[in-house]
Design a protein around this ligand. Structure first.
Ligand code: CP
Length: 324
């Protein structure tokens, strides 16, 4: 059984295969009729226990472009509010004939539990779990960097060796940061995390990246700067940084952006909080790839679904349990 649970499970060849397949999928998106028959007759459920705009909608778009039947499940308004467990929810959905489950959950490890239990037989794709992983976000970010920094055609078969990526902000609560560090390291990029000491996780020394508290020093050495949102919903109110102090030290404004090399891009996984980690001037500048990242997310999710459910292709990933 193949799943996509963590960016750390992907080898360099797995990741490059997904990025190259996503380039093929992007060509489908450029056509007047944006559909492939690949997943006709297969059913995918989008199981969302946490809010989402980009990930939920782009998975749905990707599934529909591959002609899958799509079931959307949101915990809000479901029997989860009556106390139904993840196991019972998943088994209820599988009883209706589901081939793949795309799951977002507030608990780190929920997709791994689903994939490694004997509760269901479906393929499991992690759409973000707690502060743990968001592998398709890391893949769409790598795809965006490869296109912008290497080139759309020149990038085919290539990784991100030697590219310098700076990730800025609330690393402590960010599954996006964790997934990006794992995948960018696998693809040969050099990653620097810039964050206040209070927003770095315990054990950061063992991550395959540098850590800095000085954004101004990191900017001139960056090919891509990825801004993160301060995730207030995961914090005790007593630990909220003040907006003014945070943006003064860790926010990206026009003056700071001018310190970046001319070719360097500004990224953000969204949702952005304009005025906190990024000013409107930067968010709306041509150097900011936030909207491009969303478009690329559809191609990446098509590629992942195609490789996991499409049939004869080589495995793109497997769970850590199977590796042991
Ligand atoms: N980047 C991201 O995961 O956004 P959503 O929470 O809107 O899906």
């Amino acid at each position: 059984q193949r799943h996509l649970i963590s960016a750390a499970d992907l080898t360099r060849d797995d990741a490059v295969l997904i990025l190259d397949t996503a380039e093929e999928m992007a060509r489908v998106a450029d056509r007047p009729i944006k559909k492939l028959p690949t997943l006709r007759g297969r059913t995918v459920v989008n199981l969302f226990f946490e809010d989402s705009t980009r990930t939920r909608i782009s998975f749905e778009a990707a599934e529909k472009r591959l002609s899958a039947d799509v079931i959307n499940f949101s915990a809000k308004g479901s029997s989860v509010s009556k106390g139904e467990s993840l196991k019972d929810t998943a088994q209820t959905l599988e009883a209706m004939g589901v081939d793949a489950v795309v799951i977002r959950h507030g608990a780190s490890g929920a997709p791994y539990r689903l994939a490694t239990s004997d509760w269901i037989d479906a393929v499991v794709i992690n759409a973000g779990d707690g502060t743990h992983q968001h592998p398709t976000q890391a893949l769409l970010d790598a795809f965006t960097m490869r296109r912008r920094l290497v080139g759309r055609d020149a990038g085919l078969g290539q990784d991100l060796a030697g590219r310098r990526v700076t990730v800025v902000g609330d690393v402590l609560h960010s599954r996006v940061a964790r997934s990006n560090v794992d995948l960018l390291h696998t693809l040969g990029a050099e990653v620097t995390l810039v964050a206040p000491p209070t927003l770095l996780p315990v054990g950061i020394e063992s991550w395959p990246c540098e850590v800095s508290y000085d954004l101004d020093a990191a900017l001139p050495k960056s090919d891509a700067v990825m801004m993160l949102r301060v995730q207030r919903e995961r914090m005790n109110a007593a630990f909220f940084p003040t907006e003014r102090e945070y943006s003064r030290r860790y926010g990206l404004d026009g003056d700071r952006m001018a310190r970046m090399p001319e070719h360097a891009i500004v990224m953000h996984p969204g949702p952005m909080v304009r005025g906190m980690e990024i000013t409107a001037e930067v968010a709306d500048s041509p150097r900011c790839t936030v909207v491009e990242q969303v478009a690329n997310g559809v191609s990446i999710r098509m590629a992942v679904l195609y490789l996991l459910l499409g049939g004869n292709e080589p495995a793109v990933t497997h769970t850590r349990t199977e590796e042991k």
